[in-house]
Design a protein around this ligand. Sequence first.
Ligand SMILES: Cc1cc2nc3c(=O)[nH]c(=O)nc-3n(C[C@H](O)[C@H](O)[C@H](O)COP(=O)(O)OP(=O)(O)OC[C@H]3O[C@@H](n4cnc5c(N)ncnc54)[C@H](O)[C@@H]3O)c2cc1C
Length: 496
Amino acid sequence: MENSKRKKVAVIGAGLGGISAAISLAQEGYEVDVYEKNDKIGGKLNVLTEQGYSFDLGPSILTLPHIFERLFERSGRKSEDYFTIRPLRPHWRNFFEDGTVVDLYPEKDLMAREAEKVGEEPGRVEAFLDYCGGLYDLVDRGYFQQGLDTSREFREFYGLTNFLQFDLFRTMHGSVARHLTSRYLRDVFDFFIKYVGSSAYDAPAFMNCLPAIQFRYDLWYVDGGMYNIARGLLRLMDEIGIRVHLNSEVSEIRTAESRVTELIFGNGSTVQADIVVSNMEVIPVYRDLLHEGPQFLHSLRRFEPTCSGLVIDLGLDTQYPQLAHHNFFFSGNQREHFKSVFHKRVLPEDPTIYLVAASKTDPTVAPPGCDCLKILPHIPHIVPERPLAVADYVRLKERILDKLESMGLKDLRKHVVFEHFWTPLDIEREYRSNMGSIYGVVTDRFKNFAFKAPKQSTKYSNLFFVGGSVNPGGGMPMVVQCGQNVCRRVLEWDVS
Ligand SMILES: Cc1cc2nc3c(=O)[nH]c(=O)nc-3n(C[C@H](O)[C@H](O)[C@H](O)COP(=O)(O)OP(=O)(O)OC[C@H]3O[C@@H](n4cnc5c(N)ncnc54)[C@H](O)[C@@H]3O)c2cc1C
């Protein structure tokens, strides 16, 4: 162990997963350097500030903040000295095409009132959330906390009795529909799958652990905007001696036998490391940095990317009082939305739309009297055989603005004073994510039974992966958890 503590670790990419791994490994005494292609850290946790508006270009919902807290605690610090958070009410506001509006609250009495508004018996919602809580406890105990990677590790940890509690034979939607009768609440709880960019009709039922994350541990906003998490983590990295190299894109990884030995950068410079942790996704690393052959790449095809997204940021000269901080404008036919995105892989005619108006709670993100909106429909990842042009995405953007105007945001277009727009092509270019994926690897019962790639390379023993393409998958808290789990894997391997 003493020996291992002087070893050099190179982390490729400063997304949240890479940062979490870097901090965890530095806390164990490794010498850590982080190489990031962009000119700032955070990866998809990104910010755009223009004309007095500040947009979270990536994540806008913080859950499970205690997972972040651990990174600070292990260095004897408190996250509240680096960034501050507050819970939001309501959690989400949900708009339907027939004018129905229903809010989500973690308080039982408030949620019961909302359930009654859409004809649902409150007891059914409570029973559903209890079921979700049971799944969360089960999944958390092994898959999240222990960082289980393979079906063998699952079998050994859970044993047959616990395994059956995973509600194995249903889809996520199947279990939502079994518990709830209101078509509105069915659509809402199906859409919790947004947290991992997959389809409720393809994801296994145990993904109903997602509502428990929000209802039990609350939904949080970071004062001043989500990017303050990245700023706080940068400070922590600096304080504990991690060197962060920006504008440093790794273009190749050299190997010798079954180990990786050296990183090569775009400008030709090289760096040697004892251990490499890649926050670049698994498939792009094997394909573009290691140049693995078609047979090996074919073996990774089950780690298909999640959906991508159209990121539309609008600075307005007015406010829409009917909006909450987080809003969903539901598709008239959500099953068809999921089918278009995940099966037909075409731009949905009528997508469910997520709309964040952080200006509802934070006056610092827009000029006085104005809203700043981030609008994010989930859309298919890039399909190389059927590439879309920017004009195709622009047409979808116009359909989305039509839908929002017809669902109550009257004259939205007339109030836009600033606009920014990112397609899957921009997302792929910016973060090198696989086909513009926004959450890493898809969660699909048949393709991978929710397993993502393992954290340790099956080809090169000193190469590890962190982030949305490895277990437990995408979402801010999950990739931060993953960074902590990767550190444990490195330690186990290093002493063996
Ligand atoms: C629009 C959008 C909305 C989202 N909303 C939410 C939300 O509300 N809540 C939530 O929890 N999650 C949300 N997510 C998901 C969340 O942002 C991601 O799951 C998480 O931030 C991904 O972290 P990661 O560690 O996997 O890496 P990434 O953020 O993908 O970072 C990888 C880093 O590696 C760098 N890199 C890649 N290749 C190289 C290379 N060759 N050399 C050097 N550097 C390289 C990239 O530039 C990048 O900085 C959202 C994502 C998006 C895009």
